[in-house]
Write a protein that binds this ligand. Structure first.
Ligand SMILES: [Zn+2]
Length: 322
């Protein structure tokens, strides 16, 4: 039997409030509570870190201790709207939360380098990347490989973000042609492992026959299309989702949350202390269920080092190989 692994990935970033302040990161004070749960359960998370969090003294002292104790990884999370340098177009639209894939490639690379420099100076070499708003396109794989990254984790299988606006209308990427299995991007700069988010679609033929009640039922059971990402309406189904992921034989489960979901005043989903407490309880049950289902927790860097040479992983071309 193939080994099964799981990742706990946290987009570590700004406070998401209706009145926006780009560099406000009050939510980061909640990270020690999450890390204490991870330590208790033997889970080593990856904090994909945006520029505004990278430069926060609160995060710096938290992450320095985390890394010194070998309790997790710090990765890279590009929010173009908070990462210098800023183009004239960005300065003209200061409220726009741009998708990285909207930027000309040369601007994307410049921002990524600036973010990487800020992270490397404080937290050491960077191996693992996730785009802000999942704004990834295959051409980014070549740039990520050139800058020394081993993996990306931006592909959201079955979902399209094309209807969403960034700097321009209808700006998001389209991942409807992907599934949740890891694969390798090939470019002339090397190989980059893709770690898709765990979004699964199943029982499609069955739900066609049994509609409408079956699709409702499958949603309630977390068995239709589901995302292994805690949200208020799915907390009681997370363990069932792990069962489904294991039955499908997925070799990798990639669980994500946002740092701002840990603080009731900085996110729209878990907006009371009670709902944050329920999130923590659900995470603990989820961690235990993944362990019972035979999934071993690793960091994205470790997973990439274990598997990028695996010849049985599918390959996709990120660019023309010249
Ligand atoms: Zn983000």
């Amino acid at each position: 039997m193939l080994n099964k692994y799981w990742l706990f990935t946290i987009d570590t970033e700004w406070d998401r409030r209706s009145k926006r302040k780009d560099l406000a990161t009050e939510n980061l004070t909640a990270l020690p509570r999450l890390q204490a749960l991870c330590d208790d359960e033997g889970v080593r998370p990856c904090y994909y870190t945006a520029y505004e969090a990278a430069i926060s003294p609160v995060f710096e002292s938290f992450a320095t201790a985390l890394l010194a104790e070998g309790k997790g990884e710090v990765g890279t999370h590009l929010h173009p709207w908070t990462t210098p340098p800023f183009s004239a177009q960005e300065r003209d639209a200061p409220k726009a939360t741009s998708f990285p894939n909207e930027l000309p490639l040369v601007e994307f690379e410049r921002k990524l380098e600036q973010l990487q420099t800020a992270l490397v100076r404080r937290y050491g070499r960077q191996y693992s990347y996730r785009a802000g708003r999942f704004g990834f396109i295959p051409a980014h794989a070549e740039i990520l490989s050139r800058l020394g990254y081993l993996s990306d984790s931006s592909v959201t299988p079955h979902l399209s973000w094309q209807g969403h606006s960034g700097l321009t209308a209808n700006a998001g990427p389209d991942f409807r042609a992907y599934d949740a299995n890891p694969f390798v991007w090939q470019s002339k700069e090397g190989e980059l492992l893709e770690l898709p988010l765990t979004i699964v679609r199943r029982y499609k033929p069955l739900s066609k026959v049994l509609r409408p009640w079956a699709s409702h039922l499958s949603y309630r059971l977390g068995l239709g299309q589901f995302w292994l990402r805690p949200l208020p309406d799915n907390l009681i189904f997370l363990e069932d989702m792990v069962t489904a992921v294991a039955r499908l034989g997925l070799p990798l489960a990639n669980v994500m949350i946002h740092s701002n979901e840990l603080n009731p005043t900085t996110n729209p989903y878990f907006n009371t202390p009670e709902s944050v407490a329920l999130l923590f309880e659900a995470l603990q049950r989820l961690f235990k269920r993944l362990d019972q289902a035979g999934y071993k927790n690793v960091t994205p860097q470790e997973y990439a080092e274990l598997s990028i040479k695996n010849a049985s992983l599918p390959r996709r071309l990120a660019s023309s190989l010249d």
